[in-house]
Design a binder for this molecule. Structure first.
Ligand code: KIV
Ligand code: ZN
Length: 498
């Protein structure tokens, strides 16, 4: 029988402390809801006393989220705890996370105090929090560098005072995995009453060992892992949720289960990365761009023969669409053929050879090739079976004259024509298209890229068009960038007209 590991997500507290990663309340609610859908057990929503913004975010997240426990951080003093309790008033399940530094560094240089006084303050904080909520988590800050005998005394005292969870943070990311595991085992074996509380790990990644330390702690008796999405957090970050989750999913023999719906990992990772403006390193385990990109021909061939030759995780298990994996200059012919097959294009040997030559030339110039590039290469476009197609386009533009465009569209085989003037040729042409297709639609993003270098180059256009609250992406490539822009607009429209 597997044992449950509680996943405590601190993306919105430890993660949000990172300079540049601050979110507004609306964005925090979006992340909190994504975390709820992902299946985390506890969301650390903020540090309410630190600012009115943090306080309001904890209030709003408490209202917006139903299932996970909402946790608020405090220092070991009455005012912090009182403010946290107030911020948590609307939470359906609530927890106060209070604590104090227990290493000799913190005791001496942060608090100018001594071990006995710190132990008393720890107990007083837990008793105070217990007046407001039943579920109280105590953190022994810098536990990684705290003497084990003293740590055991503190933990025993706070459990006796009512702590339901005891958090053993490696605040500075100093411990070695074996050392951290031994610390957890020491507490399991030497603290009276430890079975009344859950032991939590909270590891930082300063030496790149946050995940290893967390796993070691769990294998030695901890049952709550404190983690963040993409491993963001103070300095080098925290243990990442996706790594811990996928380690236990992959190593079934460890008999540890989480509640995480792993298929939502990738989308949650993208959401956090984009809202926090924090790119994910390409080779980041599980969620990095290259995590499943087998770029060498030998690996790709092996993967196509049997995925397990080179892959321990099925990308679909973490919500990555197989089709989104990029091809590069080192991809083999078999990989190109397979991708074309997925895209519904079958080529005979001769045409495949030609496509592969063109593919290599393009891949030399452009690092990652996506599905649109591949389709363009073999002379196909996604819009081939489209309901609306561009039959003709004529524009007049120049310096000192207003641009004018005439457009002919075929809609289900019937021709429609319109002309319009605009602020430049693209604007004029788009206005003409809008005269034919009377739908509420707004261009939200418009990106033009050259594929190679010369003036005879193909221009690639991506356009995101919003319609009735949803976003539709259009794509086209053409040596005429005005035509490419209009085609991309029509490609997006084809995705919502029926
Ligand atoms: O790293 C740490 O020690 C913390 C505590 C506040 C739990 O973030
Ligand atoms: Zn931390």
């Amino acid at each position: 029988m597997s044992e449950k590991l509680y996943i405590f997500d601190t993306t919105l507290r430890d993660g949000e402390q990172v300079p540049g990663c601050q979110l507004n309340t609306v964005e925090k609610i979006e992340v909190a809801k994504a975390l709820e859908a992902l299946g985390v057990d506890i969301i650390e929503a903020g540090f309410p006393v630190s600012s009115p913004g943090d306080f309001n975010s904890v209030v709003s997240i408490s209202k917006a989220v139903t299932w996970p426990i909402i946790c608020a951080l405090t220092r070991a003093n009455e005012n912090d705890i009182k403010v946290a309790a107030e911020a948590l008033q609307y939470a359906k399940h609530k927890r106060i996370h209070t604590g104090i530094g227990t290493s000799d560094y913190h005791i001496k240089y942060k608090f100018n105090s001594n071990r006995e006084e710190i132990l008393e303050r720890a107990v007083a904080a837990v008793k105070c929090a217990k007046k407001y909520v039943e579920d109280v988590e105590f953190y022994a800050e810098d536990a990684g560098r705290t003497d084990n005998e003293y740590l055991a005394r503190v933990i025993e005292a706070v459990v006796k005072a009512g702590a339901t969870v005891v958090n053993i943070p490696d605040t500075t990311g100093y411990c070695l995995p074996e050392e951290f595991g031994r610390k957890i085992r020491f507490l399991k074996e030497n603290v009276n009453g430890i079975d009344k509380a859950i032991i939590a790990t909270h590891c930082h990644n300063d030496l790149g060992m946050a995940t290893a330390n967390t796993i070691s702690g769990i294998l030695n008796g901890a049952r709550q892992a404190e983690v963040t999405i993409n491993g963001i957090g103070e300095r080098a970050g925290n243990t990442s949720l996706e790594e811990v989750t996928m380690i236990f999913k992959s190593h079934k023999d460890l008999n540890i289960d989480t509640n995480i719906n792993t298929q939502k990992i990738y989308s949650t990772s993208r959401l956090v990365s984009s809202l926090m403006n924090m790119p994910v390193q390409p080779n980041k385990a599980i969620v990095g761009r290259n995590a499943f990109a087998h770029s060498s021909g030998i690996h790709q061939d092996g993967i196509l023969k049997n995925r397990e030759n080179y892959e321990i995780i099925d990308p679909q298990d973490v919500g990555i669409d197989e089709n989104s994996i990029v091809l590069t200059a080192r991809s083999g012919r078999a990989a190109l053929k397979h991708r074309l097959h997925i895209l519904g294009v079958e080529l005979d040997k001769e045409r495949l050879d030609k496509a592969y030559d063109d593919f290599l030339k393009l891949a030399d110039r452009k690092k990652d090739l996506n599905d649109d590039d591949i389709l363009m290469l073999v002379g196909k476009a996604r819009s081939e079976n489209a309901r609306i197609t561009l039959e003709y386009l004529q524009v007049t533009s120049g310096i000192g004259v207003r641009a004018v465009a005439s457009v002919g569209l075929l809609i289900a085989g019937e021709r429609f024509e319109a002309a319009a003037s605009g602020n430049g040729p693209v604007d004029a042409a788009i206005k003409a298209v809008k005269q034919i297709i009377h739908r509420q639609m707004t261009i939200q993003e418009f990106l033009i890229q050259a594929i190679t270098k010369g003036s005879d180059d193909m221009g690639k256009v991506h356009m995101a068009v919003s319609h009735e609250g949803l976003l539709y992406n259009g794509f086209s490539a053409n040596t005429d960038i005005i035509a490419a822009s209009v085609e991309a607009f029509i490609d997006a429209i084809n995705k919502f007209v029926h």
